[in-house]
Design a protein around this ligand. Structure first.
Ligand code: 3SL
Length: 235
């Protein structure tokens, strides 16, 4: 039986072996939730980049630009990091390519590239990712983006929810990280939004008046897209 392990922060990635495994990168608030929403709304592909300058430069090649720093939309770009940016129609996104840079999520994607396959996970596509992993039948590492290297409740809850969906086909007992995430998930469900009110990121987003983003991002099984990051593109 393949195993599912959880890396609580990108800083811990050197302790994990990614070759031969599938990495599920997650940044529930909000990068991977926004990426899943973007592709579900018809964005053709996304290019995650590290630097703002790199992101802005891609506008010259026809890319829409999406950038967040410390929770806010960066200056001089088309979109921030709210999933509603891909839904509200203010910036038409269907058929467009998007260059995106965020504080933690895009960094976690880049750091996971040694895996055989890198997929983008969110509650929004939980069932679709679980089904994808069953078909791959390989060991899985869930890479939590965290916040500036620190542990985050919301990414760990997602990892627990994913492990709970996979107990039929994966060994979820091999790693203490997975056991802890499963326990956390049991403590939080079914009202994940209420549970997350105490998390530091939700408090940060509330101070930026982005509470509705959190309520949107914790809804499971809304989209069936499974974005894959390969050759510098998410599609
Ligand atoms: O750090 C990130 O990747 C972001 O998701 C952070 S925020 O939700 O936009 O504040």
């Amino acid at each position: 039986m393949p195993t599912i392990d959880i890396c609580f922060s990108p800083e811990l990635l050197p302790l994990y072996s990614l070759p031969g495994r599938v990495a599920v990168v997650v940044d529930i608030l909000r990068a991977t939730s926004s990426i899943v929403t973007a592709l579900a709304q018809g964005v053709a592909h996304m290019v995650p980049v590290s630097e703002l300058a790199e992101c802005r430069a891609l506008a010259a090649s026809g890319y829409l630009t999406a950038a967040e720093r410390d929770g806010r939309q960066a200056e001089g770009v088309d979109l921030g990091n709210s999933p509603f940016g891909y839904l509200d129609g203010v910036v038409p996104v269907r058929g467009r390519n998007v260059a995106i840079t965020t504080t933690n999520g895009t960094r976690a994607l880049h750091l996971s590239q040694a895996a055989d396959t890198v997929v983008v996970g969110a509650f929004l596509n939980l069932a679709a990712v679980a089904e994808f992993l069953r078909r791959q039948n390989k060991d899985v590492v869930v890479v939590c983006a965290g916040w500036k290297g620190k542990f985050c409740l919301e990414d760990t809850l997602y990892a627990g929810a994913l492990a709970a969906r996979l107990t039929d086909t994966f060994d979820t007992t091999d790693s203490d990280a997975t056991l802890a995430a499963l326990d956390l998930w049991q403590a939080a469900e079914p009202d994940v939004a209420s549970y997350l009110l105490k998390s530091s990121h939700v408090r940060r987003l509330n101070s930026l008046e982005s509470h509705k983003d959190m309520e949107f991002c914790v809804r499971p099984d809304v989209y069936d897209v499974v974005p894959v990051f390969r050759n510098d593109r998410i599609e």
